[in-house]
Design a protein around this ligand. Sequence first.
Ligand code: HAM
Length: 437
Amino acid sequence: MKNITTIKGTYDLLPPETEKWRKIENFIHDFMYLHGYAEIRTPVFEKTELFTRGVGEETDIVTKEMYSWTDMDKESTGLTLKPELTAPVVRAYIQHNLGAKSPLQRLYYMDSLFRRERPQKGRQRQFNQFGVEAIGSPHPEQDVEIISMAYFFYQSLELEKLKVRINSIGSPDVRKPYLDLLTDALIPAIHQFCSVCQTRIEKNPLRLFDCKNDACQQLMDTFAPLIFDHISDEDRSHFNTVVKLLTELEIPFFHDKKMVRGLDYYTRTTFEVTSEALGAQDALCGGGRYDKLVEVLGGQSTPAVGFAAGIERLMIALHENEKTEVRSDTDIYIIILFEEAIPSAMVIADKLRRIRGFSVMIETLRRSLKAQMRETNKRKAQFAIIMGEDEYDQNMVLVKEMKTGKQERVPIPDISLYFSVKDHHHQSDCGCCGDQE
Ligand code: HAM
């Protein structure tokens, strides 16, 4: 029989990689706390309509990347595994009337998402993001809080070769005349574009900027007017303040007039942080302002801005950087040399974990002393507790400090106390314990 394996574009995360992930996840939670953002968790699947309306009918995500199905429930209009989190967060914001609780909601999330993309390095079909959404403020300082969080996040992890690209795609009222202009400019050359672009031009010409086809992008360079050149005076002044604040914060950025981002909800500011360490999929994170989304999804008009960051891509960049070290996993390894000692070993392990907070492993493979010692070293344990027959008959164990090789006999009832003194001595360098160990 053929083995059953993971689905294309998905993967298992195994130890010790999981340790690195947890470390980063903890770092993210702490980082968000420092910035006053509170965590939100939403369901894995939502009504399909949330994304068609929220993200946009003609986007890559909605036209070709969603995992959608018809539910058995007759009422259902179709369900979808979430491909992104801004629309679900806004749905939750409206559903729970969060705007009434506070005029500004600062929310963050960390979650798995699903997009049926062509898998490659840094691009999976199930992937993980963390992200933030600040819902309530229309002002440029809110955009800059978000952009600076993204930048300082990577900077504090000492990632190098970072680039911040920003742009403004203006507010929706100036979008219409621009889109007409864009369509008029592209129509004469439309037969040279790919078939997807040809269908999109009528419904949403802005999405032609997203096409991954080189030939289409060259045509865009030649024919397409840039949206930044057509934004309103208010949009421009908003953008200028963003630029001024970023400069004050000494965040290096460049203005990329071609960047429109692939989701329909953006208004005014868009941005991405890229890293040269990543290769073709070089976006560590992306985001922007989305002042109309709350209204589009049925809430009261509320301005908002946010970003989301791929965790797989972060891990690749960190790996290239080789700056994350994995913590050593075990404090104490309990070596068992004969069967009768097993219950007692388990009780000791339990006590040291629960009362003393040590990470303890016990032998369950019944191997030789040599093999168990090797395991103790492999686990980088600081101590081995050796349960040998001679000591055990006297209600004792042998404790070996791995660094120095020193061994001493400790009565089993005193073991927890013994390690509390050790711990005190180790952690505080107290001087009160002398050399008696
Ligand atoms: P996005 O640009 O689609 O934006 O995704 C944000 C980040 O998620 C990307 O920069 C990338 O790091 C990661 N990412 C996206 N797709 C994949 C994939 N298939 N495999 C691995 N990583 C991936 C959004 O999702 C918006 N909701 C961001 C936002 C929040 N805008 C406002 N608020």
